[in-house]
Design a protein around this ligand. Structure first.
Ligand SMILES: [Zn+2]
Length: 63
């Protein structure tokens, strides 16, 4: 699950080829594309529309 940060990246350069889909597969909150990849700064960026996404991990194990 992702949500937009309100930021976009211009001139993004997705890895080529794109890495395996994020684990678990996440979709862009803006355009629903699954071409989401992680940057070296651990930010998720949609390769389709360039939106910087915040990935909300739902697998939280308390304790
Ligand atoms: Zn997108």
């Amino acid at each position: 699950m992702t949500r937009t940060t309100g930021r976009t990246v211009d001139g993004i350069v997705p890895p080529d080829p794109l890495p395996e889909a994020a684990d678990p597969t996440v979709a862009c909150a803006r355009c629903d594309s699954t071409e989401v990849y992680l940057t070296s700064e651990n930010a998720a960026v949609c390769a389709h529309c360039g939106t910087v996404l915040e990935v909300e991990l739902t697998e939280i194990h308390p304790g």
